[in-house]
Design a protein around this ligand. Structure first.
Ligand code: GLN
Length: 546
């Protein structure tokens, strides 16, 4: 029996960035998966950094960590949340990584005698990396090309797509261009020219898009679709409208309505598949839209103006709220603005406080003020990674009375290094890719809130840190009421602690947010949101009876 060829879908973006290519890729993937196909999505990033691990969230948004320990683009988070299956290091690469491999090969002597060039050496390496996903038994591989058509740095990727579509043959690949049809209110008109230009640009590179997905604020008339088609050599029924919707989770349905999956399958010569089964997805969206009762959560971090910096956390909170039939009212609180004077006011109608991951000293005093408030006032609190580390510091300073207690990340000379470098980190002389990364098994202690939340004693969670809780202070913490509730199964590192005399104060070293999906809301977020809701109803009842 001959193996069926793997089919490829290339998605590029035109006109401007931020059109939601990642969501379109994930939604199309969802539709094809819901018809029974095995789908994987890969994101190609045209920048020179080897990975986004050393990038500031202001530059890049969240760094998404895969189970196998790669620091990747946040679009991989969308892929996982939509397709409900893990990605890995193969699902994302950058120009930096491609060049690094080619240059290492050159130094080894693999190209002896040859001049190493963008074409064919760089483009070959791009194609090799894309095709690695074929080994995972996929029917369809969706390739999302970062950046915008016309960027200098995207050129080798577009060239690789041109070569691949040629090599794969007509029925085995389809190229989609996501573009913008702006509405000019002064003229009262939708404008197609930027799209025409983007398509022309792509065609100059030898790539003819088969399908255009057009982001727009207003519906596209048949006339406009025909006009776009005429200028771009795309069939009018393959000019797909992607009108703005309220939530990213509505995009799969919107794309099904527009027939995106249908035209893709037609082009790929895949026939006879059932209609997409989106029942559980639709149920999620229905519940999300119907939820009226609010649950107010404060997310305390230092990049709060940029919501993308905490993408997986805000999505995990949403999944959990929808599971409880609640409407997530997420308040973004800038840690730098919190002071002992305004903390009461800041959190006055909040049900739960989440203290976010982070690096460096900016905003830590505010984080600790928020943590102290949650601890003393019995407000449910979930601390993640740096949030957990700051909870330890706050406890050491204010409960144990250890003046100057700190993480050595903040104060290398602290008399009480309650958070210190992980073993092996002192020797790490490079910043890139050297943290403790990826999935590790964690053992949960019986009789703890975290154990109750997960409903089992062994879990696997993803990590991204260089510092950890200093074991030598464990007894002092436990005696004073901060109990270690989870440890690394293999290394015994402290993975979580919680306060004894508090309704729900749980701090974790790992990142639960990466594993929450629409189909599988994360148990820790679900427990936290439930406690937050309970807390607020309790305080309301108290206030009413006053
Ligand atoms: N900066 C801390 C560390 O490296 C926490 C990292 C994080 O929050 N992801 O350990």
């Amino acid at each position: 029996m001959t193996k069926r060829p793997v089919k490829y879908i290339f998605i590029a973006g035109g006109v401007t960035s931020s059109l939601g290519k990642g969501i379109i890729a994930a939604s199309l993937g969802k539709l094809l998966q819901a018809r029974g196909l095995r789908v994987s999505i890969i994101k190609l990033d045209p920048y020179i950094n080897v990975d986004p691990g050393t990038l500031n969230p202001y530059e890049h948004g969240e760094v998404f960590v895969t189970a196998d320990g790669a620091e990747t683009d946040l679009d991989l988070g969308h892929y996982e949340r939509f397709l409900n299956k893990p990605t890995g290091r193969r699902n994302n690469f950058t120009t930096g990584k491609v060049y690094q491999t080619v240059i290492e090969r050159e130094r080894r002597g693999d190209y002896l005698g040859k001049t190493v060039q963008v074409i064919p050496h760089i483009t070959d390496e791009i194609k090799r990396r894309i095709r690695l996903l074929e080994e995972e038994g996929n029917d369809v591989i969706i390739v999302e090309i970062g950046g915008t058509v016309g960027d200098i740095e995207s050129l080798p990727y577009i060239e690789a797509v041109r070569q691949m579509t040629w090599e794969l043959g007509k029925e085995n690949s389809v190229t989609i261009l996501l573009t913008l049809i702006p509405y000019l209110s002064a003229a009262g008109e939708l404008k197609t020219k930027p799209t025409q230009h983007s398509v022309k640009f792509l065609m100059q590179s030898g790539v003819q898009p088969d399908i255009l997905v057009c982001r727009t604020e207003k519906p596209l008339s048949d006339d406009i679709k025909r006009k776009i088609a005429l200028f771009t050599n795309v069939r009018p029924d393959r000019v797909i409208e992607a009108i703005d919707v309220d939530s990213i989770y509505e995009v799969p349905m919107a794309m099904r309505e527009e027939g995106l999956d249908r035209v893709v399958l037609e082009q790929l010569g895949i026939r006879g598949l059932p209609e997409p089964d989106l029942r559980s997805w639709e149920e999620f969206v229905r519940r999300m839209k119907a939820a009226a009762e609010p649950v107010r959560i404060a997310l305390v971090g230092k990049y709060v103006e940029l919501h993308d910096a905490y993408k997986s956390i805000s999505e995990a909170l949403l999944h959990a709220a929808v599971k409880h039939g609640l409407k997530l009212d997420l308040r973004w609180v800038n840690a730098e603005h919190i002071t002992p004077d305004n903390v009461e006011e800041t959190f006055k109608d909040i049900g739960g406080i989440l203290v976010a991951p982070g690096f460096g000293s900016r905003g830590i005093e505010g984080k600790m003020t928020a943590l102290r408030h949650a601890r003393e006032k019995g407000i449910p609190m979930l601390g993640i990674c740096f949030g957990m580390q700051m909870a330890a510091v706050e406890f050491a300073r204010n409960v144990l009375g250890w003046e100057g207690a700190a993480s050595t990340e903040i104060d290398p000379d602290t008399p009480y290094p309650v958070i210190d470098l992980l073993p092996g980190q002192k020797e790490a002389d490079r910043k890139g890719g050297t943290m403790r990364l990826g999935q590790k098994e964690v053992t949960l202690r019986p009789g703890t809130r975290i154990r109750e939340a997960y409903g089992r004693s062994r879990i696997k969670e993803r990590h991204r840190h260089r510092y950890f809780f200093n074991e030598k202070y464990r007894d002092d913490f436990e005696r004073a009421g901060m109990k270690v509730s989870a440890v690394g199964t293999e290394d015994g590192y402290t993975e979580a602690f919680e306060l004894e005399n508090h309704p729900w104060y749980v701090a974790v070293q790992f990142h639960p947010e990466y594993q929450s999906t629409v189909d599988n809301p994360h148990p820790l977020f679900t427990a936290f949101v439930e406690q937050a809701y309970k807390h607020k109803s309790l305080t309301h009842d108290k206030e009413k009876s006053k």
